[in-house]
Every structure is written in C-alpha cells, then in structure tokens.
Design a protein around this ligand. Structure first.
Ligand code: RUB
Length: 277
C-alpha cells in the first residue's frame, strides 16, 4: 500500500478523525510528498484528493488555500504549529467557562472541546462529563476513554438519552467541522443537543479555531456508507425495501449557540457572522 493509500484509508475509515487532526495528518503527508515531488501539478492533484475524502471539514481546505499562495515547507510547518498552538490558547480561554462541580455534555470526539475540558481538570476544577456514544461509529467512546485515562469522571450515554440527561448538565461543549453563515456544522446529532440545551436553558458552546471559518459558497454534508448504520449482526437476514441514509454532519443554527470559543477569544454569534462576511 502506498503512503497516499494508507493516509486515505485512515482518514476515510475515521481512524484519523476530527477536523483539526484530519488537517494536521494530511499536512504531514503533504510535507513528505512535496519533499519528493515539489509543489507542482502533482501536489495540487494529491492535495485535492485529500480534501475530498472528508469534504465537510474546512480546516484542510483553508490550509491548502494558504499553501497555494505560499508554497513552502516552512508554511506547512507553520500551519501545523499554529493549529496546535491555537488549541492551547483555546483550552485556557474556554476553561474559564467551566466552574467547580460543573457537569459538561459533549458529543462525538472533538480534540478542541476536549482540550478545554482537560484544561479545566488540570486547573483543579472538580468536573464531570457526559459523553454521547455518537452513532453510528461511536467516536464518543474514544472521548470517554480519553477522559477516563486522565481520571476525569465520565459517563457514556446513548445519543437518544440526551434529553434525559440535559436537565442535569451545566453546559454543553462541542467541536466544529465548519463555522458557516447557516450555523455550526458538526457531527450529526449536534443540532439535537443544541435543541435540548435551549429547551433546558443550558449554555451551548462551540469550541473551534479560526481556520474553521467556512466561506465556501456551497455547504457539503458528507454522506457515509449505509453499512455503518445497519448492523446485520443484530438483525439477521437481508433488509429489503429500506433506504438507509447516513449523513455525517448536521447544521446547528446560530439561534441555539451561546458562543464560539476561538484562539482569539469567546465570540458571540453576531461577531462570528461579521467575520464570515
Ligand atoms: C468529528 C467531529 C468533531 C469535529 C471537531 O467527526 O464532528 O466534533 O471534527 O473536531 P468525525 P476537532 O469523527 O466524523 O471526523 O475539535 O478535533 O477539530
């Protein structure tokens, strides 16, 4: 298997996941690639291929736009460094929103949302986390494992139990694949968390670096294979006459969002919408 095939497989299968990690992993591959082949046509084709694997996430797209103007290894290094440093800043800024004894609900596996939660724990706040399983690929299990490893109290729940637990939580923190004028694009189910948070008057925070601002005209929501939804193991026999849909992301409208925590500060929806113009 070639390096590109391996990278493609790892991104497609969601082994490498989360908008920021996808971008960093792709950039590191592109660094190896351009060392051998330079920044010519072949580089452009390969970069495009990588971008198309998870087309909803905008970070890689934004990084490639910068790389197009500044074609150098130094720029690739700078982009990776900036992404990692932004997370550190975001963690410190966002942890101010978390108080002692807070219970935080999160969805899927967002490196940036987790950085905030981990920072609050590091600062000595007694917190606990409710992590949704996140159907169908269960990235929420990854979140729960990561927190448990640090001894942060974490409870894993099914996605359908969000309404049951929402009254108990103090705030919701999720990541984002793309920050758009229509709202926040994140893992399917995020909009339902937001709806439940609004109904229960709980703050709903999005944790995302500014390279997630998405000015692309068209919103592309990745549709993943049906086989991820339907597990034959539980339902033996062929499933006939049933259409299966598996969108990977949904859009949470701005009216449900309290604020977006970025490396530049905690921004209100109006401020983000201004930046997107
Ligand atoms: C991951 C997901 C994450 C965002 C942000 O979906 O929706 O919340 O990508 O992640 P998938 P991060 O598992 O399908 O990639 O904060 O790590 O950039």
């Amino acid at each position: 298997m070639s390096d590109l095939e391996k990278v493609t497989k790892n991104i497609k299968s969601v082994k490498v996941q989360g908008a920021k990690q996808i971008a960093i992993y792709s950039l590191k591959f592109l660094k190896r690639f351009c060392k051998k082949h330079g920044f010519g046509k072949e580089f452009e084709i390969t970069a495009k291929k990588l971008e198309k694997i998870r087309p909803t996430a905008v970070v890689l797209h934004n990084c490639l736009k910068i790389l197009k103007k500044e074609k150098s290894l130094k720029t690739i290094n700078k982009l990776v460094k900036n992404l990692n440093e932004s997370t550190k800043k975001i963690a410190k800024i966002g942890s101010k929103l978390i108080k002692n004894n807070h219970m935080i609900m999160t969805h899927c596996h967002s490196g940036e949302a987790l950085a905030v939660i981990k920072q609050a724990w590091k600062e000595g706040k007694k917190i606990s986390v409710i992590a949704t399983e996140t159907d169908p690929l269960e990235q929420g299990v990854k979140t729960a494992k990561e927190l448990a490893k640090l001894k942060i109290p974490v409870t894993l729940i099914t996605d359908s139990a969000v309404g049951y637990f929402m009254p108990e939580v103090n705030l919701v923190m999720v990541g984002s694949d793309a920050i758009r004028k229509e709202g926040i694009v994140n893992k399917t189910g995020t909009s339902l968390l937001a709806l439940a948070a609004k109904e229960n008057k709980k703050p709903f925070y999005v944790i995302a670096n500014s390279l997630k601002l998405d000015r692309r005209k068209k919103m592309v929501i990745e549709e993943r294979p049906a086989r991820e939804v339907y597990l034959e193991l539980l339902h033996p026999g062929k499933l006939e006459g049933v259409k299966i849909r598996n969108p990977a992301f949904d859009v949470t409208p701005w009216k449900f969002i309290t604020a977006v925590v970025t490396e530049k500060g905690i921004l209100k929806p109006e401020q983000i919408l201004r930046l997107l113009k």
